[in-house]
Design a binder for this molecule. Sequence first.
Ligand code: IPM
Ligand code: MG
Length: 357
Amino acid sequence: MKKNIAVVRGDGIGVEIIEEALKLLKTVAKIYKHDFSFNEVLAGGCAIDKTGQCLPDESLRICKESDSVLLGAVGGFKWDNEVSTNRPEQALLRIRKELGLFANIRPAFLFPMLKNASPLKAEILEQGIDLIIVRELTGGVYFGEHKTKKIENELVASDDMTYKESEIRRIAKVAFDIAKNRKKELISVDKANVLDSSRLWRKISEEVAKEYKDVKLSHMYVDNAAMQLCARPSQFDVILTENMFGDILSDEASIITGSIGVIPSASLNETKQGLYEPIHGSAPDIAGQNKANPIATILSVAMMLRLSFELEKEAKAIEDAVQKTLNQGFRTADIMDKDSTLLTCSQMGDEIIKNLS
Ligand code: IPM
Ligand code: MG
């Protein structure tokens, strides 16, 4: 199979984790006889440094023309004072918007051997954690109007949280389709006791539910969902939520599984094109030290092979290789425990690759 992959290393640990993902993809291509070509593009803080623009036109064009995009992470303290429209994060938001990547799929699962890394008690973890957050990614407060004005001598800032029925309907369908193939239970998370956008979210998700009679839909307020994720995570199978709630809950869902460093994500549009990235950020504090955990990025590659390229066997082989490497007791610093072997980012990549064949 021939595929063109646009690669955004981005900033901080993005550079190192993408290196491991590329090593792995090249090995997969060799073993399974595929022809993957990689087109590295600048986006984020590094693009600001080199070109002045967080997302040069050329980078966006290459991403649009690719079969899918693999991204490390963008951002860092260095660019904190950049104007809001040219911050590194804007590069990511623009790629999401311009490619129409409205469906963000974020699985959170507990690798049993990583349970000591979880901040939750053993009794809670015994029930298991295996859930998927379906986050709307191109609407809501991220893309509403952002304004800062001076009114009566003081600054007033506002950010609009807007949702159209059609935006809610299409993401709800993605979540119902996933739920239909799992436990047939969908929890939609909102703040309908306060927000109009959430009340519309509830109404439309109820409407979509009529097309999925075999899936049980229930609703939960986001504050309660944040609490329930810690108290009883096993009650969740598929969560449907809007952009910002999904951003916040997915960080929480990842840390209860042991580390944000092992959770992948896929952002999909109406076609098979997708952007694949770990859910963690650029971690400038450990960047360049070969300490980062490449597993989230490597598992994002598995998602790319499965969801964009329909290469199920290869995707499964990567996931199995990650499991095996963890079972052998290899750990990066974020998931280290006393009886394990500490590896650097590149050593972890090498061990996973060894377990591939
Ligand atoms: C994420 C990140 C991004 C987001 C940032 C980097 C803009 O936190 O993918 O979760 O808020 O969506
Ligand atoms: Mg986030």
